[in-house]
Design a protein around this ligand. Structure first.
Ligand code: ADP
Length: 628
């Protein structure tokens, strides 16, 4: 029986042979039953697949028949005309768009495909979408307008207070553009905290050149396709943000601001910064290729300006091509003038108020700046001013007719309790507590470094969301203090029975960089020597293991932050003395600066009493253990 069943069924030859070779009847039956079970399973699956396929085919046939019927009905009712009309409209738009020969050919080819297609074919939708993009994009080059530098200077001055260096750099850039007749060389990058006038300067440049202005944010982009578009084969595909921006501007030569290029990332979906470079580079952007458009688009007449809050996170390949213009943030005095001349008149107009109805006392403007904002830019200041006007507008709308003079008291009434007290006002000279200076995305900032000692085993604990570099400078600071025990007046094994905890408060904000080196070291020295640190001293500087103080970046931002916080004395590296020319005179007058080369000088200024060496005699250094 086994033999006849095996022979009748379509088993593989090798399986049949196996059964034939078996002797025991039980084994043969067992093997046959396994093979039969497998065969049954295969038949079941193939039956299921074939019934599913059949269902799908019949559904598709049904849909096709229904579509054809619908088409006939529409034709009866005269709807087919709309299809022809659509084709005619596209023809007209293509003719008017001013496309180059290559693009024109492409558009005509797609249109011919569309004309042949049933409008119910899903592909017709894609083609229609594509043709809409092609015909909506500006293709015709604008007439070249010459750059009038005097006018540009006038407009920049008219729209902005201060920013002398920025304005100068921009005028130089425009002068080169005027002479070269084309955008050449590096791409402008405005770097600075929010609300320092980057966008607003961009708009003024556009106004000065008589061009459209468009701003596109790149924050959070990780995918190359966001810049360069998705291929048309993807459902819902679109051109990238560059082409979208151009369409929105409606001109081939806008001033195009790419915001937040420090916030683009790269991952497995490709590197957006490479695509961005291709779009920005004047040498190769004449034929920028967007995956969706498939035809080259000429970006060479676009004036690109990029912006960033910080430089560090911009991908290096991109950073190399940027001409950085820094917006360091404003002093209180600059903010006052910006508010008086620009923000207040602008907000007054926005709220439908007239200048003869309402007036700000100078002191009340300063009260807003001091008590209700703490920022490098003027964004919150503008918001608070607008809040004041809202309250006044309501009173006027309710029928009040007298002229308003806004006093400091009114400000407290309108804006509520003071939000920010001067940071250092309530601080005391303390042991193990140092004021450092740093630069974050929001501009310069004071930060406090706290060190505390507790019984332990010589461990160093660092907390407050510190980055790797800052942690390492903490360790270096500790090693420096340990190696200098004698001159600091400490016992040789002073650290062995204690743990050192270094904390930088406001733990939610990540902090990094080497420039807190001298502050960390000072805090540790103060904690061990039990000598307090002057409360009005702030400091910034990198420190080496030998105690040499090295140059840091962003001095202006840091000094302005110190000034805002009410610091009196600033310690900074001697190599940074050259940066002092950027710092406004009256800030220099308010602060006392110490330019230092070595950690010893820092301690002399910062500690209320300089460290005393343990003894006047030089301390002999014992030979290393392996030599003994
Ligand atoms: P950013 O782009 O740097 O974040 P904005 O350009 O949006 O900042 O500036 C915020 C507001 O402050 C705008 O209303 C701008 O006009 C105003 N502003 C900033 N700096 C100045 C300045 N120097 N003079 C006049 N107005 C300024």
């Amino acid at each position: 029986m086994v033999n006849s069943v095996t022979q009748a069924i379509d088993f593989k030859t090798i399986d049949k042979q196996q059964i034939l070779e078996m002797v025991s009847a039980a084994d043969r039956l067992q093997r046959l039953s396994e093979l039969l079970a497998k065969e049954i399973r295969i038949l079941e699956i193939s039956q299921k697949i074939s019934s599913q396929t059949q269902e799908r085919v019949s559904k598709m046939t049904k849909e096709a028949i229904l579509r054809e019927q619908m088409k006939s009905i529409e034709e009866e009712l005269g709807g087919a005309d709309t299809e022809h009309q659509e084709i005619r409209e596209f023809e007209l738009k293509i003719k008017k768009a001013g496309m180059s020969k290559e693009v024109l050919e492409r558009a005509r080819k797609e249109l011919a495909r569309l004309a042949k297609m049933s409008s119910y074919n899903p592909e017709a939708g894609y083609i229609r979408n594509y043709l809409e993009w092609l015909t909506d994009l500006p293709w015709r080059n604008e007439k070249k307008s010459s750059v009038d530098l005097k006018k540009a200077e006038g407009i920049l001055e008219e729209d902005h207070y201060g920013l002398k260096k920025v304005k100068e750099r921009i005028l130089e850039y425009l002068a080169v553009y005027k002479l070269a007749g084309k955008m050449r060389g590096p791409i402008l990058c405005f770097v600075g905290p929010p609300g320092t006038g980057k966008t607003s300067i961009g708009k003024s440049i556009a106004r000065a050149l008589g061009r459209k202005f468009i701003k596109v944010s790149l924050g959070g982009i990780r995918d190359e396709a966001e810049i360069r578009g998705h291929r048309r084969t993807y459902v819902g595909s679109m051109p990238g943000r560059v082409v979208q921006g151009i369409k929105q501007a409606g001109a081939t030569n806008p001033v195009f601001m790419l915001d937040e290029i420090d916030k683009i990332g790269a991952d497995y979906r490709g590197d957006p910064s490479a695509a961005l470079l291709e779009a920005l580079d004047p040498e190769q952007n004449e034929g920028f290729s967007d995956h969706y458009l498939e035809v080259p688009y000429d970006l060479s007449n676009v004036m690109f300006i990029t912006t960033a809050n910080i430089l560090d996170t911009i991908p290096p390949a991109l950073r190399d091509r940027l001409e950085v213009i820094r917006y360091p943030g404003y002093t209180e005095d600059e903010k006052f003038h910006i508010a008086k001349k620009f923000l207040i008149p602008k907000q007054m107009e926005n709220h439908g108020l007239k200048g003869d109805k309402i007036e700000f006392e100078d002191e009340s403007i300063r009260a807003i700046i001091r008590g209700y904002t703490r920022e490098a830019g003027v964004r919150n200041l503008e918001r608070e001013v607008s809040a004041v006007f809202r309250k006044v507008a309501r009173k006027i709308a309710e029928g009040e007719t007298k002229k308003f003079t806004i006093t400091v008291k009114d400000i407290h009434g309108f804006l509520g309790p003071i939000k920010f007290l001067p940071i250092l006002a309530e601080k005391e000279d303390e042991i193990g507590m140092v004021t450092g200076l740093s630069v974050t995305e929001a501009g310069g900032e004071v930060l406090f470094i706290e060190v505390t000692l507790m019984p332990g085993k010589g461990n160093l604990i660092l907390t407050g969301q510190l980055g790797d570099v800052m942690k390492e400078s903490g360790q270096a600071a500790m090693s420096y203090v340990r190696s200098r025990w004698a001159s600091l007046g400490l016992k040789e094994n002073f650290f062995q029975k204690v743990d050192v905890h270094v904390h930088v408060p406001e733990g939610a904000i990540p902090k990094d960089g080497p420039s807190a080196g001298i502050a960390l070291t000072t805090a540790i020295v103060s904690a061990f020597t039990k000598v307090s640190v002057h409360k009005e001293v702030a400091m910034t500087g990198e420190v080496t293991l030998r105690g040499r103080v090295l140059e840091i970046g962003g001095l202006k931002e840091k000094v302005l932050a110190a000034h805002r916080a009410g610091v009196k004395i600033v310690i900074c590296p001697a190599d940074n003395e050259k940066d002092m020319e950027d710092i406004p005179d009256y800030v220099q007058k308010d602060l006392k600066f110490f330019f230092v080369k070595h950690m010893d000088e820092v301690l002399k200024v910062a500690l209320i009493r300089p460290p005393q060496p343990a003894s006047r005699k030089s301390v002999p250094i014992p030979p290393p253990a392996y030599m003994a």
